[in-house]
Ligand binder design. Structure first.
Ligand code: PLP
Length: 397
């Protein structure tokens, strides 16, 4: 029988049975518009508000602080553009973020740079973790926003969010975190961690694509990103996608109540892959070995081309990623891997395996059976590998 291993769960996940079951009634007979006053509408409204409560509970937030969006990207855009506009009104046009954010954050702050905002990109070091001291040093009187992701989507490193939150609160600077990869992997409490704004996405935790949340701490008012009707307390227009919202709440409930169990399952699988793959000559683990997501493996193989590696894995039924899905189709190596100091040549030969509930010990064994042979074959055809060996190139990593 042909093996199939889905090891790209940081790119997206399938909708779980529980989530689909929760959604179905609202796709069928419960189709009412949540703004309508007859009972079909009110039923939809009730489901919407119950979902808001569930989402809030998962984050330690209040339901009035939860706004449903079309996904992680919209939540990031809204938080950042909104905070920038609020800052600009007070003459504060400086934003702090990191060099290895998701493009939903990076491209948004880059767009703001074109409008005259100044952006500080904090370094993340070889281990892929932001130093809170760097945040402290970067804050200025005109800083209007600090945005640091909770967990990196490529190398899985988990950031000291509570420490950064405390620093921002002390300096009265709004703190946003893109927690798309963290939800269900790390316990989150927006109050204890002094988080002012938080983005999350449904499809990374077994809900559907096109739904997400922006948490906005009470008292923070952002300019609307989407104008129109009075939905989401007049702050985010558009007829509510009740089925998707109900599904997202169910997914959050399941994800947030199973963090320990997930870690118990995935960490041994992750560490087995890391240990065995790092035995391959001239391979390097990217990101901190322990302060990383339970399912994240990211390794660079010198003398290997990432795209070819992905194609060969695919021929063997293994779905993985090199850099991030958003960069495929582009020849630039991942900005995340460059940010942690990998030379271009090495960054090009990187592989991300992201495990989740669907993965088993058998999957790991199969990957370990197939992957080393593929690397050997690719290296045998690689002029770069020949040069690395002949000149004994030392990349210093
Ligand atoms: C996937 C992802 C996003 C984008 O979320 P969408 O719902 O796909 O828009 C943003 N940030 C991170 C870290 C992600 O992994």
């Amino acid at each position: 029988m042909k093996h199939f291993v889905y090891a790209d769960n940081s790119a997206t996940t399938p909708i779980s049975d529980e989530v689909l079951t929760a959604m179905l009634p609202y796709l069928k007979e419960g189709y009412g518009n949540a703004s309508s006053i007859y009972s079909k509408g009110r039923e939809a409204k009730q489901a919407l508000e119950a979902a808001r409560q569930t989402a809030a509970d998962c984050l330690g937030a209040q339901p009035g602080e939860i706004y449903f969006t079309s996904g992680g990207s919209e939540a990031d855009n809204w938080a950042i553009k909104g905070a920038a506009a609020a800052g600009a009104k007070k003459g504060r046009r400086h934003i702090i973020t990191t060099a290895f954010e998701h493009h939903a954050v990076l491209h948004t702050v880059q767009a703001l740079e074109k409008q005259g905002f100044e952006v500080t990109y904090l370094p993340v070091g070889r281990n892929g973790i932001v130093d809170p001291e760097d945040v402290k040093k970067a804050i200025r009187d005109d800083t209007c926003l600090v945005s640091v992701m909770y967990a990196n989507n490529e190398i899985g490193t988990i950031q000291p969010i509570a420490q950064i939150g405390a620093i921002c609160r002390e300096r009265h600077v709004w703190f946003h975190t893109d927690a798309v990869q963290a939800v269900g992997n790390v316990p989150i409490d927006v109050v204890k961690e002094n988080i002012d704004m938080l983005s999350l996405s449904g499809h990374k935790i077994h809900a559907q694509k096109g739904i997400g949340v922006l948490y906005l701490r009470r008292g923070i008012v952002l300019e609307n990103l989407i104008h129109g009707g009075a939905q989401e307390r007049s702050r985010r227009a558009g007829t509510e996608n009740v089925a998707a919202i109900v599904g997202l709440a169910k997914a959050m409930e399941l994800a947030c109540s199973s963090i320990e169990e997930k870690q118990k399952k995935l960490i041994p699988l992750r560490d087995k892959l890391i240990t065995e793959l790092c035995k391959i000559e001239r391979s390097h683990l990217n990101g901190d070995p322990t302060r990383r997501l339970a399912g994240n493996v990211n390794i660079s193989f010198e003398g290997v081309e990432g795209e070819s590696l992905l194609l060969m894995l695919d021929m063997n039924g293994i779905c993985a990623s090199s850099g991030s899905a958003c960069t495929s189709g582009s020849l630039d190596p991942s900005h995340v891997l460059l940010a942690i100091g990998l030379p271009h040549e090495v960054a090009h030969g990187s592989l991300r395996l992201s495990l989740d509930w669907c993965n088993s010990q058998e999957d790991v064994d199969y990957i370990l059976e197939v992957l080393p042979q593929i690397i050997q074959r690719l290296r045998a055809m690689s002029p770069l590998w020949e040069r690395i060996k002949k000149e004994n190139i030392d990349y210093g990593i």
